[in-house]
Design a protein around this ligand. Sequence first.
Ligand code: ATP
Ligand code: MG
Length: 589
Amino acid sequence: MSQHSPAAAPATNFLRQRIEHDLETGAFAGRHFAGSPGDAAHHGAGPLDEARIRTRFPPEPNGYLHIGHAKSICLNFGLARDFGGACHLRFDDTNPEKEELEYVNAIKEMVQWLGWSWGDNLYEASSYFDFMYEAAEALVNAGHAYVDEQSADEMRANRGDFGRPGTNSPFRDRTAEENLARLREMRDGRHADGAMVLRAKIDMASPNINLRDPTLYRIKHAEHHATGGKWCIYPMYTFAHPIEDALERITHSICTLEFEDQRPFYDWLLEHLADLGLLARPLPQQIEFGRLNLNYVVTSKRKLRQLVEDKHVSGWDDPRMPTLVGLRRRGFTPESIRAMVEATGASKQNAWIDDTVLDQALRADLEPQAPRAFAVLQPLKLKLTNYAAVFGSADHREPCETPAHPHKPELGLRRFSLGPELWIEAEDFMEAPVKGYFRLFPGNKVRLKAGYIIECTGAEKDADGNVIAALATVIPDTKSGTPGADAVKVKGTIGWVGAHEAIAAEVRLYERLFAEPQPDVGGRDFIEFLNPNSLRVVQGFVEPSLAGAAADQRWQFERHGYFVTDRVDHRADRPVFNKITGLKDSFGR
Ligand code: ATP
Ligand code: MG
């Protein structure tokens, strides 16, 4: 919750070392950047020298961001911040039909919520369509690309596989003129979807299948949200992405490991376009790092969508979802998410991190600052049978107080009062105590925290013999903070809320959404591993200091864990709390 500032000294990793090396050797000195990168006028060759690094976060606006994206966001924006560079937010909207404004807005909001700013560097890949097409024609003219009219099946069959080289397409040796004419027909809408594609002419026998004449453009008669009906051919991601990076003068194009085999094509394309005079050197470099995987969490957008659409959760922002909107609603702070990402570093391996790492980061963030409060989540009535005799009247309210935070006097005092009836946690009373139980049982004394010592005298039961209230007597002159407080020794202390001033609240108790650490590994149906107990709603009571609480406020409920007022459903007159996490690892409990 504190102001976002650079971490003291971020631990080094291979990305930082790479950037430090590039800066020392002046790899990007002499690089030019000016105006808006999409400008056909300068295709990257402007008058201004700029030796700073540029990174980018390039989400496809087809879903909500999740914790894996937070990794990429914090890495890219964090490196730019730490090295005095810039990080671009670029919507990768090359695919028509799919993009939705809802996602674009949600992505922007979440990047900001995480504490980052893209400044003036907000881009859309579709704004480069003209340049991309120009680049395609240039490749055709130079003999580096051709239009292939094989069927999709033929193309697949002729691609070969890991052990077998591919076979050249019968269309591979057409002249540049023929290819150019065909490409223009494609562009002009003269052919149906799938009739032909534009391919790079590289090497059908390459051991790297990505270099076996990859597709650059395909026909798709579809409206695009930004360019409307202007185009009926659209660039493939592998063609578009390097060009976007180069036009924006990105220095380090950081992506996840699965793109490693694409790097030779990334370099091939940019080198050829630079040779043709379309792009300026030095060119961006693609660098891969291992994705963030969390145990008990799925992060594929497709699977998250399935959870939402099949109503296994209440929406993208369900507090059990690993989406950033879900984590925010659950109560995680941006600081805790950044700390978790920082702690897990960047490496060349795909790592599986325990989901408790995020909980630990949350506790580390909240423990020093979250105000404390009493909450009773499974309430049992406690009647103080000698109350009127001790305090003179059943209507008397005995004021009590305790610090809002044990180590932060500046947070002040919480005030509440004792009355003849209290709410206590049902588990704080046992009619027949088990060994080692020090809380309420007949004949035992405990302290009501920040209140009096009481002695349990029994219980009230209904006709079926169920306990409906615990009974106790107050021991006079034992109030916390008074000279008599230590006169009677007790082994147990319990939390409580005066029934006369308790605030009724709905409390949503969350557990992991999945009961298996890797629910989607090995082709299994992850839906089978949903945890049936992932949400339990209880009606509890909280202390009066929480009256009028605003939404999205966090407390430590003593003995229970960290809670937040739900940003969607909480009302001052109808409080709703989400459990963020427990006080310590509940792992294995
Ligand atoms: P998904 O698999 O959920 O669909 P994606 O990679 O297709 O994710 P994009 O919107 O294309 O989603 O990704 C934007 C950026 O986020 C990419 O650079 C991608 O590499 C990165 N990213 C996605 N998931 C992770 C992850 N688990 N760890 C690190 N980076 C990730
Ligand atoms: Mg993707």
